[in-house]
Design a protein. Structure first.
Lengths: 113, 111
């Protein structure tokens, strides 16, 4: 069955430092992959998506992610983190019919000043 | 543009009471609609999805049910709430090969 793994439950970085959030997926075919961000008490906002083509995708808020088929990974990166980036981040893959999303368990990002 | 309305934003209900959460969408027709639940410290779990009026697919056995009486309305219900039904419930809409768009959610606390 398709699955998504986010191995880091909680990450703390200093403002201005670089960030990489890990995501590994298990899927037989070419996956459709997403990163979402959730601020406390809010819904989920799409950061970026990968469907096909260029394996490095750019998203909103200065985020990017790279699809690496050989590693079954879709890690999220940002060169310089801002305090407002503190939130929970979810990686997801489309699975099955009806465009259902399977989510990872999320990574909570804390930013120190 | 597509808009998702969820209400109420927060809800506190006693064990054994009924539940009805409503989700309505605007700016689109015949969307796929989804109910996700996010329990404390856990990821998002797909509960139900619907590809059309009256068409409901359940992902996990549970104390909840869903209905889609109109194209742009998706309702999550329970006859008798359990403590384990507490969580953050998110409605989402989607189309094939497109990202899901989420509402702002309803936080349900069962006491």
């Amino acid at each position: 069955a398709q699955s998504v793994t986010q191995p880091d439950i909680h990450i703390t970085v200093s403002e201005g430092a670089s960030l990489e959030l890990r995501c590994n997926y298990s899927y037989g075919a070419t996956p459709y992959l997403f990163w979402y961000v959730q601020s406390p008490g809010q819904g989920l906002q799409l950061l970026l998506k990968y469907f096909s083509g260029d394996t490095l995708v750019q998203g909103i808020k200065g985020f990017e992610a790279e699809f690496k088929r050989s590693q079954s990974s879709f890690n999220l990166r940002k060169p310089s983190v801002h305090w407002s980036d503190a939130a929970e981040y979810f990686c997801a893959v489309v699975t099955g019919t009806a465009s259902k999303l399977t989510f990872g368990t999320g990574t909570r990002l804390q930013v120190t000043l | 543009s597509q808009t998702i309305h969820q209400w109420p934003a927060t809800l506190v209900q006693p064990v054994g009471s009924p539940l009805s959460l409503e989700c309505t969408v605007e700016g689109t027709s015949n969307p796929n609609l989804y109910w996700y639940r996010q329990a404390a410290g856990r990821g998002l779990q797909l509960l139900f999805y619907s590809v059309g009026i009256g068409q409901i697919s359940s992902e996990v056995p549970q104390n909840l049910s869903a209905s889609r009486p109109q194209d742009r309305q998706f309702i999550l219900s329970s006859k008798k709430l359990l403590l384990s039904d507490s969580g953050f419930y998110l409605c989402a809409l989607g189309r094939p090969n497109s990202p899901l768009h989420f509402g702002n959610g309803t936080r349900l606390t069962v006491t």
